[in-house]
Design a protein around this ligand. Structure first.
Ligand code: GLN
Length: 491
């Protein structure tokens, strides 16, 4: 078998046995990138020298560990090549956020997740493509190029973390990290046929994640299967004094929890997610997946999340409002692009922003500024905050009755490049099933559950606060019973 096909847990096993080296794994991934990335276009930046150096350090550690009688347990990610969405800072590397305005910005520091990964001995291969400032559902809003779906190169990989998802699906990395503000990990995971998780808000530090909408942003892992997702989550979770919203609670051993089984766990099926707009083939596949969960011994219940339909409008007031404040820092002075033709300070602000930001980012800044302005604040922003509370309460009530909630991740499978880009509202509706979870601050995961015309479908599993262990358990039981994760894209 080609080395790049391995999962993280398989590769870690072989590394520890001494059957392969991290150098070999890293070369396998770099060669794979050369072979397929001209078509897939998952990466914005590759860091082969740094990656090979990290691999060689991991190999030295592995050799010493074997010599010393394998005394301590090694981190699962030691020597494993990973990819990082280009909105997460890696010291010395470009962090463009998919934007012209940060095209030449090199981060002077590591995000906490990156520090944690390097501390585990992981290998960082490169930075992956994203919609500009993570605003989008397809990577078509990247200022540089669109990433292609490895299952069908004419289609989008989903977004905004489409580069990370496509890289993992096409075996151009063993795992990856993205960010999820309204669905940007789960949607591309679903479109690319891999596992992607958005953990509870605060489970993972946001330090070094360039801010889009701070009350919604959360970093999340992509894996080829649920076990890999658990290992990736484990490595980066936990309290960080540099992010005051990170949660100070113990991190369970997620991988050890996986095989506990799901018998007797209660799963809620919200009627509001099985409505018009959901493609009938997708619905059929997700309903079959729910039958599989029932066959595994889960107790299936109909539930209601009555404010679901307000999710998209609420999100599109709160997220742009926060974005309009967060993106004020790009003024052509402190960060990134500065218009060369500016005549004075004010002209410099206007020109740098006008030339540096793309259309979708400008749309969000205008929407957000409008929603926050005097006279409109109460009618839009404040109202949206109140509806956000109602959405949160829907989930609180539901999780009194059930342990997890299962829905489709998206109403449809990956769409064609160009199909929705002219119609922002259509694009926004891609996230109709993922957005409410961010508004509620909870965690969820997309797991592959079948195909429509050769394109992957994702099942979304949602949990209560810090219930990632239960979400992973359900995903693992499903995966073991079905095996959709074992299929590879044609590229
Ligand atoms: N597609 C949504 C948006 O455009 C969500 C993006 C995200 O989760 N980063 O805002």
């Amino acid at each position: 078998m080609d080395l790049y096909h391995l999962t993280i847990h398989e590769a870690a096993d072989s590394l520890q046995k001494g059957d392969i080296s991290s150098g070999e794994l890293t070369h396998a991934v770099l060669d794979r990138i050369v072979a397929v990335d001209n078509d897939v276009r998952a990466y914005l930046t590759l860091m082969p020298e740094a990656a090979l150096e990290q691999a060689s350090r991991a190999d030295t550690k592995l050799v010493a560990w074997r010599k010393n009688g394998r005394r301590e347990e090694l981190p699962a990610l030691l020597g494993i090549p990973l990819a990082i969405k280009d909105i997460i800072c890696v010291q010395g590397a470009p962090t463009t956020c998919g934007s012209r305005i940060l095209e030449d910005f090199h981060s002077p520091f590591n995000a906490t997740v990156v520090d944690k990964l390097l501390h585990c001995g992981a290998v960082i291969v490169g930075k992956t493509n994203t919609d500009e400032f993570a605003m989008g559902s397809s990577t078509e809003n990247s200022a540089f190029f669109t990433t292609h779906n490895p299952w069908d190169l004419a289609r989008v990989p989903g977004g905004s973390s489409g580069g990370s998802a496509a890289a993992v699906a096409a075996d151009e990395a063993f795992g990856a990290f993205g960010s999820d503000t309204g669905g940007s990990v789960r949607l591309p995971a679903s479109f690319c046929g891999i596992v992607g998780m958005k953990p509870t808000y605060g489970r993972i530090s946001r330090y070094g994640l360039v801010a889009f909408a701070s009350s919604l942003d959360q970093i999340g892992p992509f894996g080829k299967d649920v076990t890999d997702c658990a290992l990736l989550l484990q490595a980066v979770s936990g309290y960080d004094p540099k992010d005051s919203n990170s949660i100070n609670a113990p991190v369970p051993n997620y991988a050890a929890e996986l095989s506990k089984g799901v018998k007797g766990l209660r799963v809620g099926i919200p009627g509001e997610f099985f409505v018009e707009g959901l493609e009938p083939e997708v619905e059929k596949i997700v309903r079959e997946a729910i039958d599989t969960l029932a066959a595994l011994g889960m107790d299936v219940k109909e539930i209601s999340l009555p404010h679901t339909e307000y999710g998209v409008p609420t999100y599109y007031l709160i997220a742009p409002a926060e974005a309009s404040a967060n993106l004020a820092r790009y003024d052509g002075v402190r960060y990134g692009y500065a218009a060369p033709d500016a005549t004075d300070m004010w002209d410099g602000f206007f020109r740098s922003r006008a030339q540096g930001f793309g259309q979708e980012v400008k749309r969000r800044i205008m929407l957000g500024t409008y929603a926050l302005s005097a006279g409109y604040y109460d009618a839009y922003y404040l109202k949206a905050q109140k509806v956000r509370t109602l959405i949160k309460q829907d989930f609180e009530r539901a999780f009194e009755e059930v342990d997890v909630i299962v829905t489709p991740t998206s109403p449809f499978v990956a769409f064609k490049i160009g199909e929705k880009i002219e119609n922002p509202l259509q694009m926004y509706l891609s996230d109709v099933f993922t957005i409410t979870l961010n508004l509620a601050g909870l965690g969820g995961m997309s797991v592959p559950c079948g195909f429509v015309d050769g394109l992957p479908v994702g099942m979304q599993i949602l949990g209560g606060p810090l219930a990632e262990d239960i979400v992973l358990r359900v995903g693992y039981a499903y995966e073991q019973a079905t095996g959709w994760h074992l299929l590879h894209p044609p590229c």
